[in-house]
Write a protein that binds this ligand. Structure first.
Ligand SMILES: O=C(O)C(=O)C[C@]1(C(=O)O)C=C[C@@H](O)C=C1
Length: 294
């Protein structure tokens, strides 16, 4: 990265997404705390925002990883496993408050609802109650369908209040997520060689495959942490994509990678896993509604 050029932050676009909110928060933080200038670059998918880091088109990608209602964002986990030399530098937890945006006069006139699959799932109870006959159509992001809404008043999109303002579109219903305390955790991912941002790491994320699909293979790996008294905050499996029933295991761990306990744990883990990838050691910041500056 050329030091004179602003930092390029990749995010899932088009503008107005929750990923852009998280990216803007980080951009403001960089400016006020480190006097670093940055620009935001939208990408059409989460995978492409991460690929932009691997190919050095951008410096940092802000990607969703887990939602409190719907769970993991599989595209983020799969891409991190597939792309080499990426590191998580920070985690941001953002409140998510969905609205139904539409040019229709009332809910009765809505036939189709577009959104990101995570957002459709986070509002499934509300949709079943108020729009039981609508076609639910997945889009790459919560904002992808917004530009088309004025030409099709029988359609709606689930997105944020901020997106409605940005695209100058009416909100037909607000606070429609099924649980009010909805929040999503984002990871800020950069190249392995990028300098650290000054936060003291408190968490480590990694993934591994086990040598053979035999009884106790996963227990053996997890016991390493139990014996050393290290707490895990998430465990998730994803298919290896090689054959049905074969999995990769993703762990979030409440310890910094350099702590003496983790150094011992990783040495032991190495001997009971097939492939072990460390995605990074980082700190977690929670963004409350008041601290979002745009
Ligand atoms: O589509 C967006 O607005 C996104 O930033 C993606 C995303 C996600 O993938 O989880 C981010 C936060 C919300 O949970 C809904 C959608």
């Amino acid at each position: 990265m050329n030091k004179c050029e602003p930092l390029a932050i990749a995010y899932l676009g088009p503008p107005g997404t929750y990923s852009e909110q998280a990216a803007s928060f980080y951009l403001n933080w960089l400016k006020s705390n480190q006097e670093i200038e940055a620009t935001l670059s939208p990408y059409p998918t989460i995978a492409k925002s991460l690929q932009a880091i691997a190919t050095e088109q951008a410096d940092i990608a802000v990607v969703p990883v887990e939602n409190s209602i719907e769970g993991s964002v599989s595209m983020t986990m799969d891409s991190l496993w597939q792309l080499e030399s990426l590191r998580i530098k920070l985690a941001l937890v953002l409140p998510i408050n969905h609205a139904l945006i539409s040019c229709a006069d009332s809910l009765d006139n809505i036939e189709t609802v577009y959104s990101h699959p995570q957002a459709l799932a986070q509002c499934q109870g509300w949709l079943a109650k108020f729009l039981p006959n609508a076609n639910l159509i997945a889009r790459n992001s919560t904002t992808e369908a917004l530009e088309g809404l004025p030409q099709a008043p029988e359609t709606a999109a689930i997105s944020s209040q901020r997106a409605a303002q940005l695209y100058n579109l009416p909100i037909l219903a607000s606070a429609i997520n099924d649980y009010p305390e909805n929040c999503t955790r984002f990871w800020l991912v950069a190249k392995e060689s990028t300098e650290n941002n000054g936060f003291n790491p408190t968490h480590t994320s990694l993934a591994f495959s086990v040598p053979a699909n035999v009884p106790g293979a996963l227990v053996k790996a997890l016991e390493v942490f139990a014996h050393l008294g290290i707490n895990l905050s998430r465990i998730e499996s994803r298919p290896t994509k090689r054959s049905l029933g074969e999995y990769l295991f993703f762990l979030d761990i409440e310890a910094a990678v350099t702590s003496p306990l983790m150094v011992s744990a990783l040495a032991e883990l190495n001997s009971c896993t097939e492939v072990l990838k460390i995605f990074g050691s980082y700190s977690v910041l929670t963004v409350n509604s008041e601290s979002k500056k745009f």
